[in-house]
Design a protein around this ligand. Structure first.
Ligand code: MN
Length: 300
């Protein structure tokens, strides 16, 4: 394959291709999960990536995740298809539609629900999206919860000069466009679509850990043009500041998430929806939740 990448020699090398494991979450919705699994526990500063679906629901069948807490990290929900409704203990509620992003900093604690939107539930349809968990540094684990909700039209879209690469910039920057979301530590979160023959050379902040998760089609990633296809995660070596991706001219194109972040290098103690630095802090989280100190969702 002619990669036509200018700085291929300095690009990060892919060191693993990890297949997603199919699992059921919340009220029983299907996810493809590259981590955490037996193959990969976490990828500092990231704790989890779930590809929700893709699944087609018949009328009345769609399921979600009823009331549950979070503490110590951020959940980033990005919808591709379908519609979700969320509600939480801070009195916050909203809908997420295709292309919308919700970046929720759980901080010291929230209780929320993530359910199919009423009309979507009634009519059925295709549900597809992502949820990424971003760890918070020790000093930020107990901050006040914060929401950044960006509708589809608010997400900057960058295009390469040859028109073969399109990047939706959720966090960080790409091809001269900067994200509107702020993050606690440097995070890059890009939704990349390469037409056949397209390529991307993405510079990420020095010292970042980086991975790609392929949504559709296939591509060749990193210094050795490692191939990956849908439902696979490509893990890059530490070091280096460039991630490369190429799609074959005769192929189907490649659509993927490119995600990178500065590792925290702090102890990770996780228990379901709580991720802290010590066992003691986990016990406190369980106790605070049981005693209603993370609040509850009021009926409307
Ligand atoms: Mn949740």
């Amino acid at each position: 394959m002619n990669t036509q990448i200018q700085n291929q020699a300095t690009a990060k090398k892919a060191i693993r291709v990890v297949p997603a494991v199919v699992s059921r979450e919340g009220g029983g919705f299907l996810v493809h999960r590259p981590f955490p699994t037996g193959n990969l526990r976490d990828f500092d500063p990231f704790l989890l990536l779930d590809e929700m679906g893709p699944v087609t629901y018949r009328p009345g069948e769609a399921v979600g995740a009823p009331d549950h807490p979070h503490r110590g990290f951020e959940t980033v929900t990005y919808m591709l298809e379908g519609a979700m409704e969320h509600r939480d203990s801070a009195g916050h509620a909203g809908k997420l539609r295709p292309g919308d992003v919700q970046w929720m900093t759980a901080g010291g604690g929230v209780v929320h629900s993530e359910m199919p939107e009423e009309e979507f539930l009634r009519k059925g349809g295709k549900a597809h999206g992502f949820q990424l968990w971003v760890n918070l540094p020790r000093k930020d684990k107990m901050i006040r919860p914060r929401y950044q909700e960006i509708p589809r039209e608010g997400i900057p879209v960058a295009k390469s000069s040859d028109g073969l690469a399109e990047v939706r910039v959720i966090a960080g920057e790409s091809l001269g466009k900067k994200a509107v979301i702020d993050t606690r530590i440097p995070i890059t979160y890009l939704h990349v679509t390469l037409k056949p023959g397209g390529k991307l050379e993405q510079v990420i902040p020095a010292g970042s850990n980086a991975f790609v998760y392929v949504i559709r089609g296939d591509g060749a990633f990193g210094r050795e043009a490692t191939r990956a296809t849908e439902h696979q995660m490509v893990v890059f070596e530490p070091g280096g500041e460039v991630v490369t991706a190429v799609s074959e001219p005769q192929g189907p194109g490649a659509e993927f998430l490119l995600i990178a972040g500065t590792p925290l290098n702090e102890p990770v103690v996780r228990y379901g929806p709580f991720v802290m630095n010590t066992e003691e802090e986990i016990h406190e989280a369980i106790d605070d939740y049981r005693n209603g100190r993370m609040g509850m969702i009021r009926a409307v």
